[in-house]
Design a protein around this ligand. Structure first.
Ligand SMILES: Cc1cc2nc3c(=O)[nH]c(=O)nc-3n(C[C@H](O)[C@H](O)[C@H](O)COP(=O)(O)O)c2cc1C
Ligand code: SF4
Ligand code: SF4
Length: 320
């Protein structure tokens, strides 16, 4: 069988899981191509007929990242009733991400035969909290026995393709739209504007090359921050900067950032079947987060609009 895995990954968690799924399928003698959603030109050249498509993405603000939307028109033109599966990486709450994404797949007449979420380290928290912080400790890990879960997922996908099984989605809670609004408001307050430390920057251009949203443009002798309000906050620029020159406010300065090295350490730990974190602990922590989040939102509920107005007013051009 031939598979195409289409994925988006800001800081590498989803990319890693996509690669592991690919390797697992290849071990079963299937052919797999892995494509990042930024390679939209490449997507346009693919012949999708009879191929099974996998979609991978991180959970952003309780749903899938906005930039995924540009993939659907391409698929609409190129695909007819394909079989597909979806998976996500998340740090705390998947919310209704599968429901939201499968609505898009349904419009394209795709047949969804598998879906799985993979608890992963939080790229955002690693930039906002120090390593000895309670919140950091409770969110910076891949779930236990993750390789086994990936293996089981691949077996399930293959069984479901052969058994013609289809996934039926659970409908979201009636308060889901309010929950989405709360999370979106909070995200804005938590990420101040992106800044480039011109003294630390070595002008390598990597951030501009990696930015999935063309928010950073390499102008040769300086990086232009085109428009902060369109920034996805995927943290990829900060994650890749070799000089710690990019920050999203005071708490993201220094080298507390989430790096590929850190990700690989976390992954190896859980792949080895470590049992430091149990789901009951995580559920307890999530209950506390839920309560604190509502309190935080109520306290800051007028701040997001203020921040957005500021962003619209300032088109930042940082000379290096
Ligand atoms: C802007 C933004 C929003 C996020 N929102 C959520 C969320 O709503 N729920 C969650 O569990 N994790 C959330 N996360 C954490 C990521 O989903 C998680 O760390 C993911 O594994 C990152 O994947 P990546 O490394 O492939 O980008 C968010 C991360 C970012 C950057
Ligand atoms: S500028 Fe924004 S969208 Fe671009 S890489 Fe950085 S965080 Fe992501
Ligand atoms: S901010 Fe970092 S990644 Fe971007 S050009 Fe400067 S050194 Fe390179």
């Amino acid at each position: 069988m031939e598979f195409i895995i289409i994925h988006f990954s800001g800081t590498g968690n989803t990319e890693l899981i996509s690669n592991k799924i690919k390797q697992r399928l290849e071990r079963n003698n299937h052919r797999v191509d892995l494509i990042s959603i930024e390679d939209i030109d490449m997507l346009k050249t693919i012949d999708f007929s009879d191929k099974v498509i996998g979609f991978g993405y991180p959970v952003y603000k309780f749903t899938f990242p906005d930039n995924y939307l540009k993939v659907f028109p391409v698929l609409q033109e190129k695909c007819r009733n394909n079989t597909c599966f979806q998976f996500c990486t998340y740090a705390r709450f998947t919310a209704d991400v599968f429901y939201d994404f499968s609505k898009k797949l349904k419009k394209l007449n795709f047949k969804l035969i598998g879906q799985k979420s993979f608890k992963s380290p939080s790229n955002g928290i690693s930039a906002r909290k120090p390593e000895n912080d309670y919140e950091y400790e409770n969110v910076m890990f891949f779930e236990d026995d993750i390789t086994r879960k990936i293996d089981d997922f691949v077996i399930e996908i293959l069984d479901n393709i052969n058994g013609h099984r289809k996934i039926v989605q659970k409908k979201p809670h009636i308060l889901a739209p309010l929950r989405l609004k709360i999370v979106k408001d909070i995200e804005i307050t938590k990420y101040p504007k992106l800044q480039i430390d011109t003294d630390a920057c070595k002008n390598c251009g990597l951030c501009a090359k990696k930015c999935p949203d063309s928010n950073l443009v390499n102008q040769g002798d300086y990086i232009e921050i085109v428009d902060n309000k369109d920034c996805l906050h995927c943290l990829r620029c900060m994650h890749h900067c070799p000089s710690n020159a990019i920050n999203f406010g005071k708490l993201t300065q220094g080298d507390n950032r989430y790096t590929i090295k850190k990700r690989n350490c976390f992954f190896e730990k859980s792949a080895g079947g470590h049992k430091e974190r149990y789901w009951e602990d995580f559920d307890r922590t999530r209950a506390i987060w839920r309560k604190n989040t509502i309190k935080y939102w109520w306290k800051h509920r007028n701040k997001p609009e203020k921040e957005l107005v500021d962003c619209k007013k300032t088109r930042t051009h940082n000379k290096l």
